[in-house]
Write a protein that binds this ligand. Structure first.
Ligand SMILES: Nc1ncnc2c1ncn2[C@@H]1O[C@H](COP(=O)(O)OP(=O)(O)O)[C@@H](O)[C@H]1O
Ligand SMILES: [Mg+2]
Length: 238
């Protein structure tokens, strides 16, 4: 990917839900660019527009006005099927609730996105095993989700998100259901994946100590960007 060009860009994005008296302006005039290899925290109080932003970034929704460019393509010009292909090929998702299939093994959960892509069985298996080893679950591949702890389930979800080698990984409150120690383990894993594999990672969180792992902090307030700061490595280490 061309590091000199943004991988994602919002240009004057607004998102309005409902109409008339019920109208909610979830986003209002939002502009930012994210470059390949960035590690970004999207922050802000509840209701400030974080999930709305992530849903648009993930091509699950489109702006009411303004433009969302993904790798130079205005997403609102794509139809549903094209957006689904874009998600399948370039994006990885991690959610607060893990969203794994319960009575299914870690390996099968991680193979799932490759089945949708039509990857042959043998290659699928090898890629899923590699992803699980990368998140530290090489010895838990045959365990079902219900046999794994919350932290381990989130690792499976991260393996599932990276198995397709996405350009961008999007995580909405990924530590929201985890205790403090497990939360920090997950953030260290994200940091390693960002540093060693160059995956662009965007993490939504309202917790300062979780955001502290990220180089850049975009803070929302009432559907607008209140601040957008890149910290120096020295600041990030403290
Ligand atoms: N599907 C929806 N329909 C109506 N209003 C919504 C919908 N989704 C979000 N909102 C509203 O948009 C605003 C921003 O929500 P959201 O992006 O979920 O905030 P955050 O993730 O920061 O808590 C809130 O006022 C919320 O109630
Ligand atoms: Mg939210």
């Amino acid at each position: 990917m061309d590091a000199a060009r943004p991988v994602l860009a919002f240009r004057n994005v607004a998102k309005v839900y409902g109409e008339g008296d019920a109208e909610v302006r979830a986003l209002d005039g939002v502009d930012f660019e994210i470059y390949p290899g960035e590690f970004v925290a999207v922050m802000g109080a509840s209701g400030s527009g974080k999930s709305t932003t992530l849903n648009i970034l993930g091509c699950l929704d489109v702006p009411s006005s303004g433009t969302y460019d993904f790798m130079g393509v205005p997403v609102e010009t794509l139809d549903r099927k094209q957006r689904a292909l874009l998600r399948q090929n370039y994006l990885g998702f991690v959610f607060q609730g893990f969203n794994l299939l319960k009575r299914t093994t870690a390996l099968e959960n991680v193979e799932l996105p490759l089945i949708y892509r039509g990857t042959p069985a043998r290659e699928r298996r090898a890629l899923a095993e590699e992803a699980l080893r990368l998140v530290g679950l090489g010895d838990r591949m045959d365990h079902t989700s219900s046999e794994l702890s919350g932290g381990q389930q989130q690792r499976v979800a991260i393996a599932r998100a990276i198995v397709t080698s996405p350009a961008v990984m999007l995580a909405d409150e990924p530590t929201g259901n985890l205790d403090s120690q497990r939360s920090h383990e997950i953030m260290r894993l994200f940091r390693d994946l960002n540093a060693k594999r160059g995956i662009t990672i965007i993490v939504v969180t309202h917790e300062e100590d979780i955001a502290a792992y990220c180089r850049r902090h975009i803070r929302f307030k009432d559907g607008r960007i209140a601040s957008d700061d890149v910290r120096t490595p020295a600041e990030a280490a403290s």
